[in-house]
Design a protein around this ligand. Sequence first.
Ligand code: ADP
Ligand code: ZN
Ligand code: ZN
Length: 768
Amino acid sequence: MSGSVDNAGVHELFPEPVSSWIRVAVDRPIDVGGDGLTYAAGPDLGELQPGDPVVVPLGRGNARTGGWVVAECERPRDTAAIKHVLARGETPPIPQDLVALGRWMARYYLAPLGPTLSGLVPAPVKRGTGGVVRRMLEPVAAAEPPARLGPAQRTILDVIGRLAPNALPIERKTLRDLAGVATYGPIDALVRHGLLTETKRTDIATAWQPHHLDVAAAPTPTEDQHAVINAIADSLGRGFHAHVLRGVTGSGKTEVYLRLIEQVLAAAGSVLVLVPEIALTPQTASRLAARFPSEQLAIMHSALPAAARHAHWQAARRGDARIVLGARSGVFAPIPPGKLGLIVVDEEHDASFKQDAAPRYHGRDVAIRRAATADCPILLCSATPSLETWHNAQARPDWSVHRLARRAPGLTVPRTRVVDIRKEIKADPGCGSIGPTLRAALHRTLDEGHQALLLLNRRGWATLLACADRRCGWSLQCDHCDVTMVFHRGSERAAPGFLRCHHCHREVRQPRTCPECGGRVLRQGAGTQRVEEDVLAMRPDLEEGHSLIRMDSDSMQHIDRFQRVLSRFQSGEVRVLLGTQMIAKGLDVPGVRLVGVIDADTSMHMPDFRASERTFQLISQVTGRCGRSETAGDAIVQTRDPDAPSIVLAAAGQAERFLESELAQRHEAGLPPATRMARVLIADEQLTRCDADAARLADAIGVLAGPGDEIMGPMPCPIPRIRARHRREVLLTSPNAGSLQRWVHAALGEGLLAAPTVSVDIDPISLL
Ligand code: ADP
Ligand code: ZN
Ligand code: ZN
């Protein structure tokens, strides 16, 4: 070490030995988009690997701070300022491939490195929740038993000598039970005599048990499925390739990936399956468990009990569970190095894959990155692929598209009718949320003993409380957010109800009269609670909470309740299931003969360039929930805009025409996926400061623009104020991901994005 040459002062007098220079991701929200802080590591720490936890001094006060090694680095030029790692940390190391993924995420999404790495490992794993220390015993082979052994000791040696080799080491308690001795005394004595050795092993208390194991016979793939399976199977074990599987709803996409998983397992590989919602995991889990009854399944999502989360993580880490199923964060599953053979992203178009807090990552995109680094194929499945995926599939050489154009055997194509709600209301002014066409179809369906699904993507009873006098124009707005408050009926029928802000969750009581003019107030715009009442009024034979169930995030706080409702719907007990987009996803119930979309326009007029894509996806997905049996099903779509291309093409099942025309429009408008976007959000309680900062920021970022880069704004966000903070945005678009990264990192380097009021969303999905 030449430290004593260029170091002055205390370091020279008491030089601490340094064996390596490392970069450490400290677990603090600093180092945004960075790659770790440099520290010196002494030889007492042993060899440090990327992902190893360490404790380091941080800041002026040298606060002891946890972190992870990200890499070894060159000896810094000025070593005087470099601090020393204090100790190794206690948490389990982060697998090295995940460290690489986390470093990429922090850079790409402009997130702080330490918290990003920290987020790759579930909290119960870091805390060691559910871990039990087991004391394991083994006989010492060469040991000669002393002449004087007690009878209990002799029995124990006898028992352990007769155990099959794979039963060793044996847990202390098990050995005691087998030997039938009353205390641990004789065992401990044998350890002291050197006849047994004891080691400690930390195990996780609960191991996963599949709920039900009705083994399902695999259906014979259709010719179409067969072709797709073969085409994708050809790429297994041969490096990265992205396969886009566009198959109409019910075409047997799941069946395709079950077959591929079978092949990966046969080749000793592991697979990672991602679904967009936690609520969808039990359904997919039972299909996987039924098809692969001898495989252990690891399930990764935040709604599992802490000990189970730990257990599943460890099972994946050890390679005991070769099938890993997860929601968004499942993409960080600790699959043993070199084992990942295939990643499946089901419903890849789903916006739930995007995390709306830092790091604002997209689970699908991180999965693509992970497949590329693990050098394995990835399969992106959807009936309605995202424009991003469709664009990539056409633009990139290592992407391909596969198609399943027909529904699986035994399923029929739903007949979809689009009805103009304005004409419906004219025909029957008192019809409420359910027009005469949908009403007649619902009666017929229920009279014939079948089931119906009703979709409305709006919670509550009424979306708006407004003055009955149009000239007055008053409506109830949240005090803290620039949105109208939503009227909710109380859980008790007789309770008066209240208004709630869906952004800050504030609640107020309903004013009896208009505070502006003293006139009457009206509730407008139906939500799911209102539809529930309309259905009950129309079918008094239905029973709320039994044969009629409303399912939205108000009523489904718990995943178990969601599962119970789904199985009651499956069994036929629930006749009408009514809900928000939760019910549009992945439901496969043969008894459904009618799907009603109460209002297809909820997402269409959003101030968001993806509004028509969302509308198309929602309608295609929900109408695909019927016709899952031999008899055809009907779908009825109520809209004010029956000629909107997203609605017409969804109803006609023309996904690729929609994708092509939408893609052409995005190219024309210079919007993603034709370009890449970053959204810079400025949120501040003070309006003038917010405006001034936004203007300054836009100017400064604009100066850094490269060729083809475009800047929009500053402008108020579509919701200009949330939780009493004013919101301004600057949208950046750039020809490709590389050029956008150059731009935002230039801005980061200039310190433009450091203020706590500023946040950046790369590839934003929600533009509210
Ligand atoms: P998707 O994932 O495309 O919506 P699924 O894989 O869920 O479609 O298939 C829909 C239904 O059709 C399921 O009940 C599935 O078991 C069944 N199915 C799929 N492929 C076949 C096949 N080749 N023969 C018979 N039934 C099939
Ligand atoms: Zn609010
Ligand atoms: Zn009024």
